[in-house]
Design a protein around this ligand. Structure first.
Ligand code: FAD
Ligand code: FMN
Length: 773
C-alpha cells in the first residue's frame, strides 16, 4: 500500500513507524510542514500503562523513550501560603522534542520517508495514496475540508493558558495557585528532562481581560507570569518556544469530538488520527497518549484484517469502533478536570481551606476516588481523614485510624446526626387514607437499624388532594399524626437514626395510579381535581390542572403549615420541603410548567415567590432548633427548562429565607427530559450549589458505594449523601458498606451484634482472597 501521513506529530510518526516495521513492503511518507527539530511545546506526561503498550508495539523506540523519561511520584500543591504533598501517583515526563526525535529516528531506521518543510495543502496532492492519515493536529486542514463527512464539534473553552518552560527543576508535579486583585492564576508545573520544566499558566477569561493580557506580547506575558509566580520560581525565568504563535500566545483550549473518523475522497481513504480527531485537555495530560493509542490500534487492525488495499475500509471502521470508546472515557475525565480548573477560583479557591482544596484538586477528574487515593498514599489519606474527622468534632489521636468522612457526625441547628448517610425519601404507595401502616413501620424501622444517620419517610402529603396516588402518606389529621409519632418513637428507640419527613403536594402530577399499576397514569375512577402553577397537564392525556389563584395559594400554604405543626408534635427531627420533580412547588420554579403572567411567573424572583412564601410560613412554625432542607430539581434536562445555574439562584433565595440545606436532585419536571445518567450524575449540582451559593447540600443519585460517598464528602461536594435504591436492596447499607471498607468501629443494633464479627471476617477473607489472585 501507499500510505501518506499528513503531520509529523506523535500520531503521524508513530503510525508510520508501526506500519513500516511490520510490513516493509508498504511505501510510507510522513509529510511535516516544520523542520526536523522545530516543534512547539515542552514536556508531555505519560503513565506506566502507556509505556507497556508502547513496549508491545515497538520495543526499540519504547526503550529509548523509557531511558529518556523522568519519573516522579509526588504531587505538590502551593496554595494560600501552604505547601502540601502526596505521593504514589506515578507519572513520567519527556520533552516533546525528544519524543519526536526518537520517533523520527526510528522512522528513518525502518524506512519511512520523512518529508519535512512541506505544507500539505490538500489530501488530493497524494492521488496515488491508498490511505491518507490526517494527523495534522487540532487545526487539521484535512478535517475541515471534509467537515460534512467528519462532522467536527469544536467547543472553545473559556479559560486562557500559556505554555511556558523554565530551567528551575521541580521534583513533583506541582500546582501553584496565586490570587491577584482580579482573580486567580494557576500554574501546572512538571520537570521533563535534566534541565527543564514545563510551566503552564492558566486563568479565566475575566481575569485575563482585567489584567489586559491580550495587549501584551510574549515577552510582556512572560514578565507578568514571572511576577505572579516569583516566589515559586525563586529567581528563575520563564521561557517560550512558541515561535509559531503570533500575539500574546495565550490560547483557549478547543474541545473536539468528531461524528465520523474516516472518509473516501474518490481515490483514497482518509482517516483522522490524534488531535485531528479528538482532544483531551492538558488538565489530565493525555493528548499524546490518545494520539499514540490511535496509531497502535489502527496498525493492530491492519494486522488482524490484512494489509491489502481491500482491507483499508474494514480496518478503518474497526479502528473507529474500538477507539471511540476509550476516547470518550478519557474525554469525560478530561472534561471534569478541565471544568474544575475553569471554576476553581470562585468555587473552591476563595473559600476552601488548603487541606480540602488539595483533596478536591486530586479528585477533580472523578476517576480517582477515596479508596484509590488510599492505595496511592495511605499515610496522606489517613492524615486527611483525621483532619476531616476533627473538623466534624471527633477527637482522634494521631495513631488511631480515623473514621472516614461518611461516618463522621454532622451538626445543624440543635440536631446532631451520627453520620452523613441519609435514607432518601422513597414513595412506597402502601398507605390507606394517608396512614402509616405496619408496612411503613417494618420498612422504615429496618432502615433505622441499618446505620444511616437520618431516615426519611416518603413524600408525605399535606392534604388528600395533595397526594400523588391513593397509596401516599399524609399528615393532615389526628390519626396520621398519632401514627407518625409511633414511627418516630420506633426510629428513635432502635438506634441513633433521626427521623425526617418530606412534605409535599403533588400538583399536576396528582391523582395517579400507584407505581406498579402505571406510574403517572391517571386513576381509572375517583380522580380528584388538580392544582398547578399553570393549566398544563403532565401527560398529553392527563388531567389538566387549574392554575392556582390566590385563594388556592392561601389554602395550600396553610395545609403545609398545619402539616408542619403536626410533624413537630410527632417529634420529627428534620423537615424537607419538596420543591422538586414537577410537583406543585416545583411547577412554580420551572419555566416549562409556569407560564403565569402575574407576579408568580416570569423571572427567578417571581417563579420562586410562592415556594418561598410556603417555606417562610413553615419555617415560622417549625421548632427553631430543627433543620429544614429543600429538595430542588437542579436540572430539568429539557431545552428551555431550569439549569444548574437557575438552581443555584433558587438555592441562594432559600438560603436567605432560612433554609439549612439544599437536597440536590433533578428532573421529572417534563416528559421531554433527556437526563444524562451515570455514576454520581447529580453530584455536580450539589458541588456547584454548595460551593457557589455557599449553602450546605445533600448529594443524591447513583451513589452506591461507601467509596462514592467518602469521595463526595471529603472533596466538599456535599455535606450529606442520600442513598435511595441501594437502601431498598439493603436496609443496612451503611453498616455493610462500613464493613466492606474495613471499618469495625461502628455499632450494630445490640440484637444483631452476634452477626457483626462474622460478617466482617467473611468480608476480610474475601478481600484477602481477591488480592492474592
Ligand atoms: C498546554 C498543553 C499541554 C499539553 N500537555 C500534554 C501532556 O502533558 N501530555 C500529553 O499527552 N499531551 C499533552 N498535550 C497534548 C498534545 O500536545 C497533543 O495532544 C498531541 O501532540 C497530539 O498529537 P498529534 O500528532 O495528533 O498532533 P500534533 O502534535 O499537533 O502534530 C500535528 C503535526 O502536524 C503538522 N501539520 C499540521 N498541518 C500540516 C500540514 N497541512 N502539512 C504538514 N504538516 C502539518 C504540525 O506541524 C504538527 O507537527 C498538551 C497540549 C497542550 C496545548
Ligand atoms: C421507589 C422510589 C420512590 C421515590 N420517591 C421519592 C419521594 O417520595 N420523594 C423524593 O423526593 N424522591 C423520591 N425518589 C427519588 C429518590 O429519593 C432519589 O432521589 C433517587 O432514587 C436517586 O437516588 P438513588 O440513585 O440512590 O436511587 C424515589 C425513588 C424511588 C426509587
Amino acid at each position: 500500500m501507499r500510505i501518506v501521513c499528513i503531520g509529523g506529530g506523535p500520531a503521524g510518526l508513530y503510525f508510520g513507524l508501526l506500519m513500516k516495521r511490520r510490513h516493509p513492503e508498504h511505501s510510507i511518507t510522513v509529510v511535516e510542514r516544520n523542520k526536523p527539530y522545530d516543534t512547539f511545546g515542552w514536556g508531555v506526561v505519560f503513565s506506566d500503562a502507556m509505556m507497556r503498550a508502547m513496549r508491545a508495539a515497538d520495543p526499540e523506540s519504547a526503550k529509548e523513550i523509557a531511558d529518556a523519561f523522568n519519573h516522579w511520584d509526588d504531587i505538590e500543591l502551593i496554595f494560600k501560603g501552604t505547601r502540601q504533598r502526596t505521593t504514589g501517583h506515578g507519572f513520567i515526563g519527556i520533552g516533546r522534542k525528544q519524543l519526536l526525535n526518537i520517533l523520527q529516528r526510528r522512522c528513518e531506521e525502518v524506512g519511512v520517508e520523512l518529508a519535512f518543510e512541506q505544507d500539505a495543502k490538500s489530501d488530493l496532492q497524494f492521488p496515488d495514496a491508498d490511505l491518507i492519515v490526517a494527523a495534522d493536529g487540532i487545526n487539521s486542514r484535512i478535517r475541515e475540508r471534509y467537515a460534512d463527512a467528519f462532522r467536527p464539534d469544536l467547543v472553545v473553552r473559556p479559560n486562557r493558558y500559556i505554555w511556558l518552560g523554565t530551567r528551575k527543576l521541580f521534583d513533583a508535579f506541582t500546582f501553584d495557585f496565586r490570587r491577584t486583585e482580579n482573580g486567580w492564576f494557576q500554574a501546572h508545573i512538571y520537570k521533563f528532562d535534566r534541565d527543564t520544566s514545563t510551566f503552564i499558566v492558566e486563568t479565566t477569561e475575566d481575569t485575563f481581560a482585567a489584567h489586559r493580557l491580550d495587549q501584551l506580547d510574549q515577552e510582556g506575558s512572560i514578565a507578568f507570569c514571572e511576577g505572579i509566580f516569583a516566589e515559586t520560581l525563586g529567581g528563575a525565568s520563564l521561557m517560550t518556544n512558541a515561535r509559531h504563535l503570533r500575539g500574546s500566545a495565550w490560547l483557549n483550549f478547543n474541545r473536539l469530538i468528531c461524528g465520523a473518523w474516516s472518509h473516501f475522497n474518490g481515490r483514497s481513504h482518509v482517516v483522522l488520527m490524534g488531535d485531528a480527531a479528538h482532544t483531551a485537555h492538558f488538565a489530565i495530560g493525555s493528548g499524546t497518549k490518545l494520539a499514540l493509542d490511535d496509531a497502535i490500534e489502527l496498525a493492530k487492525q491492519f494486522d488482524a484484517l490484512g494489509h491489502g488495499r481491500e482491507h483499508v475500509a474494514p480496518a478503518l471502521a474497526a479502528y473507529e469502533d474500538v477507539r471511540r470508546v476509550d476516547v470518550a472515557r478519557i474525554q469525560n475525565a478530561a472534561r471534569n478536570a478541565m471544568e474544575w480548573f475553569e471554576v476553581v477560583g470562585r468555587r473552591y479557591a476563595d473559600t476552601m481551606e488548603p487541606e480540602q482544596f488539595f483533596y478536591s484538586m486530586l479528585t477533580r477528574s472523578q476517576r480517582i476516588s477515596h479508596e484509590n487515593l488510599r492505595l496511592r498514599d495511605p499515610h496522606w489519606l489517613e492524615g486527611y481523614e483525621r483532619w476531616f474527622a476533627r473538623r466534624a468534632g471527633l477527637t482522634v489521636s494521631n495513631d488511631e485510624r480515623p473514621l472516614p468522612p461518611m461516618l463522621t457526625p454532622y451538626r445543624v441547628r440543635g440536631l446532631s446526626l451520627a453520620n452523613r448517610i441519609v435514607v432518601s425519601p422513597m414513595a412506597m404507595y402502601s398507605a390507606k387514607d394517608g396512614l402509616i401502616s405496619d408496612f411503613h413501620i417494618a420498612h422504615l424501622g429496618a432502615r433505622a437499624m441499618g446505620g444511616a444517620g437520618l431516615v426519611f419517610a416518603e413524600m408525605t402529603c399535606v392534604s388528600p388532594e395533595a397526594r400523588i396516588t391513593p397509596g401516599c402518606l399524609g399528615l393532615w389529621n389526628e390519626s396520621q399524626q398519632r401514627e407518625w409519632k409511633r414511627l418516630v418513637d420506633l426510629i428513635h428507640s432502635v438506634g441513633h437514626a433521626k427521623a425526617g419527613v418530606q412534605l409535599g403536594h403533588a400538583g399536576r402530577k396528582g391523582s395517579t395510579r400507584v407505581a406498579w399499576d402505571g406510574i403517572d397514569q391517571p386513576l381509572n375512577h375517583d380522580n380528584w381535581p388538580l392544582l398547578s402553577a399553570s393549566a398544563l397537564s403532565y401527560l398529553p392525556h392527563g388531567q389538566v390542572p387549574r392554575a392556582m389563584d390566590r385563594a388556592d395559594m392561601d389554602k395550600v400554604r396553610d395545609d403545609f403549615v398545619a402539616a408542619t405543626r403536626r410533624a413537630a408534635a410527632a417529634g420529627v427531627d428534620w423537615l424537607e420541603l419538596h420543591c422538586a420533580h414537577g410537583y406543585l412547588l416545583s411547577s412554580f420554579l420551572s419555566p416549562l410548567t409556569n407560564v403565569r403572567q402575574d407576579e408568580y411567573g416570569g423571572g427567578h424572583e417571581n417563579r420562586a415567590r410562592y415556594p418561598l412564601e410556603v417555606f417562610r410560613a413553615i419555617r415560622a412554625v417549625w421548632p427553631e432548633d430543627r433543620p429544614i432542607s429543600v429538595r430542588l430539581s437542579c436540572n430539568d434536562w429539557t431545552a428551555g427548562g431550569n439549569t444548574p445555574d437557575d438552581a443555584e439562584i433558587f438555592a441562594a433565595m432559600f438560603k436567605a429565607a432560612g433554609a439549612d440545606m439544599i437536597d440536590c436532585s433533578s428532573g421529572q419536571v417534563s416528559k421531554a427530559e433527556r437526563p444524562v445518567y451515570g455514576r454520581l450524575f447529580q453530584t455536580p449540582f450539589s458541588d456547584q450549589i454548595r460551593n457557589e451559593a455557599q449553602i450546605a447540600t445533600i448529594a443524591v443519585g447513583a451513589i452506591s458505594e461507601a467509596d462514592h460517598a467518602n469521595s463526595i464528602l471529603a472533596a466538599g461536594r456535599a455535606d450529606l449523601c442520600a442513598i435511595a435504591r441501594p437502601h431498598l436492596a439493603d436496609p443496612a447499607w451503611t453498616l455493610h458498606e462500613a464493613a466492606r471498607i474495613g471499618i469495625n468501629a461502628i455499632s450494630w443494633p445490640k440484637q444483631y451484634a452476634a452477626a457483626k464479627g462474622q460478617y466482617e471476617a467473611n468480608l476480610a477473607r474475601a478481600a484477602a482472597g481477591a488480592e492474592a489472585k
